[in-house]
Design a protein around this ligand. Structure first.
Ligand code: DSN
Length: 443
C-alpha cells in the first residue's frame, strides 16, 4: 500500500493495525471471513470510478461497454451456481436486498413473517426496531425450547395471519432449515417463500448444507460470509418463483433500481464474480465441508466440557453457547475471549431472560479460521481455551464478588478480565497458533 502510505499515513497505519489484528487473532464471528487477494484487487480496482445506473445493456449513462460485460458475466455465474433463472447482483448489502424484496411484493403495512431477532432471525426479518416492521406488518415466529425452528408455530401463525411473504432465514441458528416444510406452509396460505441464506451461501454451493432452490420462490444472500466474497448481496428468483409469479423478477429489478438504489458498486460486483469463480473450484467444496466438520468438533468438545449449546450442536458453521448455567453474561465472556485473541460476539439465546445488549450467550463460527487452514486438532485446542476462559472468568467473579449489575460496567469488567491469569497464557498460545496458520493470499 505504498501510495496510501504516502498520501494518508494516518489511515495507512490504521489499516496496517487492523491487518495485524486479523493476523494475530482468531476470527470466530460466524459472519466474517477472509477474502483472497484476487477479490481484494477487484474491489480496489478502477471499477469503483464508474457510474452504471440501470442494468446491463440498458443504462442511463455512457461508457458502459466494459461494466455491462462484467455485470452480465457475474449474473451468469450466480445463476449457474444456484441453478436459478434470475439473479440481481446490485444490492449493496443484505439489509437493502431484503428490503428490496419486501418493497417489490408488499404494499405498506401488508404482512410478512420472519424468525424473531431474539431467536436467531435478522433485523430485516421484521424486528420491531427495523424499518421492515415500521413499513410492513411483521409477525415473528420463534424456536422451540430445545432450540429448533418451531414449524408448528410457523404453520399456526401463517394460517391465522395470512402473510404475503414468509422468510425462512436466520443469522444465529446452527441447524438445518427444513426448506420443504416451509414450502408446504407457504403453499397453504399462498405466500411467497423467501430464503435468506446470507450465512449459508457458501455451504450451499459446496453441498455442505441443503439448497433452498427447489423449494422457495426467492433467495437473498450476502456475499461476504461463508461465500468468502466482498461485502455485497444478491437477490435470486427460482424457477418455482417465476411459475408462481411470472413478473417476480421484473418486480424485484424495479425495487432495487430505481426503487431503492442508484448506481451499483461495480467494483464489488466484480469481486462477487471472483468469489463465485473461486467457489466453483473443488478446493472450495473441501473448504466448506471442513467448516462444518470444524464447527461440529468444536461443539462436541465444548459440550464435553460442560457448556450448554443451543440445540445441543450444529449442522452448519456456527454455534451458540448459552451461558445461563454459568451465571455469566455474553458481554463478559466475549470480552474475555477477545482479550485472549479469540474474537466472537455476544448473542441472545432463545427465551433469554436478559436484554439484547446484555444477552446470555455467545455466538461463534468457523469460516474464518478454516480459511486459514485450521482443522479438527485446532478446534479441540480452541474449545479447551474457551472453556478455560469461561471457568477463569467465573472464578474471578466469585473471588471479587461480582454481581450482574457490576458486569454491566465496562471498566470493572475489563479490570476483572485483566486480573485473570489464564487470559495471558491463552493469548500467547493463540498467537502461536495464528503464526502457524498465516492468512492466505489465494484459495
Ligand atoms: N450482522 C450479520 C451477522 O453477524 O450475522 C448479519 O447481517
Amino acid at each position: 500500500m505504498k501510495f496510501l502510505k504516502k498520501t494518508d499515513s494516518e489511515l495507512h497505519s490504521l489499516i496496517q493495525a487492523e491487518t495485524k489484528r486479523q493476523k494475530k487473532t482468531l476470527m470466530m464471528i460466524p459472519s466474517e471471513n477472509i477474502v483472497s487477494k484476487a477479490v481484494e484487487e477487484a474491489v480496489g480496482s478502477p471499477l469503483g470510478n464508474k457510474y452504471a445506473e440501470g442494468y446491463p445493456f440498458k443504462r442511463y449513462y455512457q461508457g458502459q461497454a466494459v461494466v455491462d460485460q462484467i455485470e452480465d458475466l457475474v449474473q451468469d455465474r450466480v445463476r449457474k451456481a444456484f441453478d436459478v433463472p434470475y439473479a440481481n447482483v446490485q444490492p449493496l448489502s443484505g439489509s437493502p436486498a431484503n428490503l428490496a424484496v419486501y418493497v417489490a411484493l408488499l404494499k405498506p403495512h401488508e404482512t410478512m413473517m420472519g424468525l424473531s431477532l431474539a431467536f436467531g432471525g435478522h433485523l430485516t426479518h421484521g424486528a420491531s426496531v427495523s424499518a421492515t416492521s415500521v413499513f410492513f406488518r411483521s409477525v415473528p415466529y420463534r424456536l422451540t425450547k430445545s432450540g429448533f425452528i418451531d414449524y408448528e408455530e410457523v404453520e399456526k401463525l401463517a394460517l391465522r395471519e395470512k402473510p404475503k411473504i414468509i422468510v425462512a432465514g436466520t443469522t444465529a441458528y446452527p441447524r438445518k432449515i427444513e426448506w420443504k416444510r416451509f414450502a408446504e406452509i407457504a403453499e397453504k396460505v399462498d405466500a411467497y417463500l423467501m430464503a435468506d441464506v446470507s450465512h449459508l451461501a457458501g455451504l450451499i454451493l459446496a453441498e455442505a448444507y441443503p439448497s433452498p432452490t427447489p423449494h422457495v420462490h426467492i433467495i437473498t444472500t450476502t456475499t461476504h460470509k461463508t461465500l468468502r466474497g466482498p461485502r455485497g448481496a444478491i437477490i435470486m428468483v427460482t424457477k418455482k418463483g417465476l411459475k408462481k409469479d411470472p413478473e417476480l423478477a421484473e418486480k424485484i429489478s424495479k425495487a432495487v433500481f430505481p426503487g431503492l438504489q442508484g448506481g451499483p458498486h461495480m467494483n464489488s460486483i466484480a469481486g462477487i464474480g471472483v468469489a463465485f469463480k473461486e467457489a466453483s473450484k473443488k478446493s472450495f467444496k473441501t473448504y466448506c465441508h471442513q467448516i462444518v466438520k470444524n464447527a461440529q468438533v468444536l461443539s462436541k468438545e465444548l459440550m464435553e466440557r460442560g457448556l450448554h449449546l443451543v440445540s445441543s450442536g450444529t449442522d452448519s458453521h456456527l454455534l451458540l453457547i448459552d451461558l445461563t448455567n454459568k451465571n455469566l453474561l455474553g458481554n463478559t465472556v466475549a470480552e474475555a475471549c477477545e482479550a485472549a485473541g479469540i474474537v466472537l460476539n455476544r448473542n441472545a439465546v432463545p427465551y433469554d431472560p436478559n436484554p439484547p445488549f446484555y444477552p446470555s450467550g455467545i455466538r461463534l463460527g468457523t469460516p474464518g479460521i478454516t480459511s486459514r487452514g485450521m482443522k479438527e486438532n485446532e478446534m479441540k485446542k480452541i474449545a479447551k481455551w474457551i472453556s478455560e476462559i469461561i471457568d477463569g472468568v467465573r472464578e474471578t467473579k466469585q473471588i471479587l464478588k461480582f454481581t450482574t449489575e457490576d458486569e454491566k460496567k465496562r471498566k470493572i469488567r475489563q479490570m476483572m478480565i485483566k486480573k485473570t491469569p489464564i487470559i495471558k497464557k491463552i493469548e500467547r498460545e493463540v498467537k502461536r497458533l495464528c503464526n502457524r496458520f498465516p492468512i492466505k493470499s489465494t484459495y
